[in-house]
Design a protein around this ligand. Structure first.
Ligand code: PLP
Length: 384
């Protein structure tokens, strides 16, 4: 573990978000430090704010389809960061990644079909299939001390979960909440599995730009494999540059007829992306990388501080996330039946593992100023 670094001044001051409708901040009374929902307390980079301002100055906000610069900006970003050359024609603007998951269920499966996912996982992976009259089938990731993230896929359990109704695998890559970056070997095994069982893969790669370790993010769709060729990938600048409230993501859909049916499959419930979201996304992808790199350095430091604090609290255990700004903490050895409630009572508000199909766990969001994180970690000590 590295020595804590002095805080980067541009991430030290944050606007007060209380009473602005911020989901993160208005959940608890003011004496609870919120470290739950996955957004950051930092302002977006100046380049992005300027692009939004310029779009505001234009002053007309009519119905807006993907602007001409949107897909090329994403293509530039994906090639620069992940070495992935996409055809810009395959990009479809989508108001969010969760919306993209919901659309993929409706586009690629029928009522009663089953959607596989690895648990624990970001809660909409568990709830969206039911909302679409599909079934969610969960296969547990396995604690594995020999794996670099501490977690591995149980391929036998995955195969055993397949039925004739299993049509889709929702991959969360990198994985929320464990921070696992699946390796090329993992992904190729999943691709074989998908092809063998005629299962389509939708890969949620929302966290791909926040890799903390020296491991490559391999987009599933870049594998040299038939299952990769039909994969739908969901990406967005919203985690990396803190733009979630602007509702702008992209689906990369290789098949032209599926692209056409993408938004209509939502039955009129899915709006177009808003023009400010497009402006922000384009600027973030084209100009946001220096800021992103400084953010990643800060998040590495914050991960290490959080892991050191957790290691010093008897009964708590955490694996080392390779990506994200989330730390997934196993509290079961504390003997406390409700670790989430214990934290809130001590003045720190994490996510509750029960929402991720993992009672006894909590998830901590480290994307806040360093002094605030340290206060949150003190309260975590107090909670246990
Ligand atoms: C894995 C994953 N997918 C999707 C989302 C949400 O995406 P969006 O806000 O674009 O719907 C999150 C937010 O934390 C996430 O962690």
């Amino acid at each position: 573990m590295s020595t804590p670094r002095p805080p980067d001044p541009s991430f030290a001051q944050c606007p007060d978000r209380r009473h602005t409708g911020a989901e993160k901040w208005d959940r608890w009374p003011e004496d609870v430090i919120p470290v739950w929902v996955a957004d950051m307390d930092f302002q977006a980079p100046p380049e992005v704010l300027e692009a939004i301002q310029a779009r505001v100055n234009h002053g007309v906000f009519g119905y807006t389809a993907d602007p001409p610069g949107f897909a090329p900006a994403l293509a530039t970003h994906l090639e620069a960061l992940h070495g992935w050359r996409i055809d810009p024609a395959t990009v479809v603007g989508t108001p969010g990644v969760v919306t993209g998951l919901a659309l993929s269920a409706r586009l690629l499966t029928a009522p009663g079909d089953e959607i596989l996912t690895f648990s624990p996982v970001y809660p909409p992976f568990l709830s969206l299939p039911g909302a679409a009259e599909r079934r969610s089938v969960r296969v547990g990731l396995v604690r594995d001390a020999s794996a670099s993230s501490g977690w591995s896929i149980d391929h036998d359990a995955l195969q055993a979960a397949v039925t004739p109704r299993t049509k889709l695998l929702w991959l969360c890559h990198p994985h929320n909440p464990t921070g696992t970056v699946f390796s090329r070997v993992d992904l190729l095994a999943l691709a074989d599995f998908a092809a063998r069982n005629a299962i389509r893969v939708v890969s949620d790669e929302i966290w791909a730009d926040l890799i903390l370790d020296d491991v490559p993010h391999v987009p599933f769709a870049t594998l040299d494999h038939p299952a990769a060729a039909s994969c739908i990938t969901l990406v967005t600048p919203s985690k990396t540059w803190n733009l979630a409230g602007l509702g702008c993501a992209a689906a990369i859909i290789p098949d032209a007829s599926e692209r056409k049916r993408w938004r209509p499959s939502g039955g009129g419930l899915v709006p177009m992306v808003n023009p400010l979201g497009y402006a922000a996304a384009e600027a973030a992808w084209l100009h946001g990388d220096p800021w992103r790199r400084r953010l990643v350095a800060l998040l590495c430091d914050h991960r290490d501080r959080a892991l050191a604090a957790v290691a010093a609290i008897p009964g708590l255990e955490a694996t080392r996330p390779q990506a994200t700004y989330l730390v997934w903490i196993d509290c079961r050895k504390t003997g406390n039946a409700d670790p989430f409630a214990a934290c809130v009572a001590a003045g720190v508000g994490p996510s509750d593992g029960r929402d991720f199909a993992a009672p006894g766990f909590i998830r901590l969001n480290t994307a806040c100023p360093t002094d605030r994180l340290e206060r949150a970690l003190d309260r975590l000590r107090r909670a246990f």
